[in-house]
Design a protein around this ligand. Structure first.
Ligand code: NCD
Length: 329
């Protein structure tokens, strides 16, 4: 898998062709994404919030599944890079009239789209699009089923680096519905690749994949023990829409056992930060006081999402430009 992901995502010169998963990219590439995003954070604070890096390029947002934060921050990121953006409302488009995904892609390619940003309920959808898209077209995965959400993981890494300076020596706890979370899978890969000293997952047995330990994490079923002395707490939403059958007695019981309260937060390091990819369910995975408290960096995650998405889009488009130059005699 790693080797395939490497060859699928990087060209012969090691430049980013697609961004489908954190798997196979390695610490150097992840650090390059973070460093590139660093340069873009200032753009959002300017009077004219634009740079011309992707002028004349067309980016298509293909969202087959609902999204607020991810879709809008991808759109803003592409616009701040001066690209033209197409937002396809798939439920109202031709696929619902029976057109296949491949036919939708071919039609967009006929309009000379340079990049697809894809979210889909099926794991592997972004890989499928990358394998079938025209060789010159870049694909970014904006979340596929339970599999991966690499730009979310990278904006989380960016938030951690901004607050903690370095990854080495950090203890990070990811709490909640690990089983259904593409975010958790991508975060675990990124945290391990960037060299944190300990990744913990804290969840009831019913919300953990059976092979959790093979992901390179320490497993906790007790919230108090799981968050003790950690530097970062990442809370996850209960992904009800992906659950089949009763995996939990009730949301009330879940909050009692795994909800993040001020008391539990006090067990973590005194400088700990609290993160959540959103959308938050207040009173289900965390107390409102914690979500809005001084240790919460949840809204910063959203802002940094724009810089990270600008970084990834500009790296993929920049690599396309260089390959074009190399091919012209
Ligand atoms: C996440 C997702 O869609 O996977 N949200 C997001 O991208 N901001 C997590 C979630 O839906 O709980």
């Amino acid at each position: 898998m790693s080797l395939n992901n490497k060859t699928l995502q990087l060209d012969e010169a090691g430049r980013l062709l697609h961004f489908l998963t954190v798997d196979g990219l390695g610490r150097e590439m992840l650090t390059e994404i973070l460093d590139t995003a660093e340069g873009f954070t200032g753009v959002s604070e300017r009077t004219i919030k634009k740079v011309p890096l992707c002028r004349g390029k067309v980016v298509a947002n293909l969202f087959f599944e609902t999204s607020t934060r991810t879709r809008t921050t991808f759109e803003l990121a592409a616009k701040r890079l001066s690209a033209d953006v197409l937002n396809l409302n798939i439920s109202a488009s031709a696929t619902s009239k029976g057109e296949t995904l491949l036919d939708t892609l071919r039609n967009l390619e006929a309009m000379h789209v340079d990049m697809f940003i894809a979210r889909h309920a099926s794991s592997g959808a972004a890989h499928f699009i990358a394998q079938h898209a025209d060789p010159g077209v870049g694909v970014i995965n904006a979340g596929d089923g339970r599999h991966a959400h690499p730009t979310q993981a990278m904006l989380d890494m960016f938030t951690i680096r901004r607050h903690k300076g370095d990854f080495v020596g950090l203890r990070v706890a990811i709490v909640g519905d690990i089983l259904h979370s593409r975010v958790a899978r991508s975060q675990i890969l990124a945290l391990n690749s960037l060299g944190v000293s300990e990744v913990r997952v804290v969840a009831p047995c019913t919300l953990l994949p059976s092979d959790a330990r093979s992901l390179g994490v320490h497993v906790y079923h007790d919230m108090e023990k799981g968050v003790r002395e950690v530097d970062v707490i990442i809370m996850l939403r209960l992904q009800r829409e992906r659950m089949q059958g009763a995996l939990l007695p009730s949301e009330h019981e879940y909050f009692r056992l795994f909800g993040l309260t001020e008391q539990r937060l006090a067990l973590a390091d005194s400088q700990a930060i609290v993160m959540h990819p959103g959308p938050i369910n207040r009173g289900v995975e965390m107390d409102s006081q914690v979500a809005d408290g001084s240790k919460s960096v949840i809204l910063q995650q959203v802002s940094y999402g724009i810089a990270i998405r600008m970084a990834v889009i500009s790296m993929v488009i920049g690599a396309q430009n260089l390959r074009m130059q190399e091919m012209t005699p």
